[in-house]
Design a protein. Structure first.
Length: 127
């Protein structure tokens, strides 16, 4: 399988997963805050951190598999562009505190998620 095909297949699956996860989150928590975007970004960061360690340091997987998962699936699953639009929406509507809290929560939780994923993979597979 070519690298481009692996990324395309992963990207397709990631986009569908993002759509499902966002809508499911909004149905649970409502639409008064961009919970869906926040959720996919935090989960995607956690999984990206986990897989980065796992695929690079534990398992010898092909470049196609690694790029299909990291660049394709997780690249389309996480939604930084949607995050930017959500933030601008809140700011332009006068909800500056919501916009700033969303930026802060997204950045902190995504970094913590990626770190937690990396630490989990190391604990589970690199002892």
């Amino acid at each position: 399988m070519s690298i481009y095909l692996a990324i395309a297949v992963g990207g397709s699956c990631g986009a569908i997963s993002r759509y499902w996860m966002s809508n499911t989150t909004y149905s649970w928590l409502g639409n008064d805050f961009p919970y869906g975007t926040l959720m996919v970004n935090v989960i995607g960061s956690l999984v990206m951190g986990f897989l980065t360690v796992l695929l690079a340091q534990r398992f010898n997987v092909s470049e196609e598999v690694r790029l299909g998962l990291i660049v394709g699936f997780l690249g389309s699953f996480t939604t930084f562009s949607a995050f930017a639009l959500d933030t601008i929406h809140w700011y332009e509507s006068g909800a500056v505190v919501k916009a700033l809290s969303y930026v802060l929560l997204s950045v902190v939780f995504c970094i913590v998620g990626a770190l937690a994923g990396m630490m989990s993979a190391k604990q589970l597979f690199l002892r």
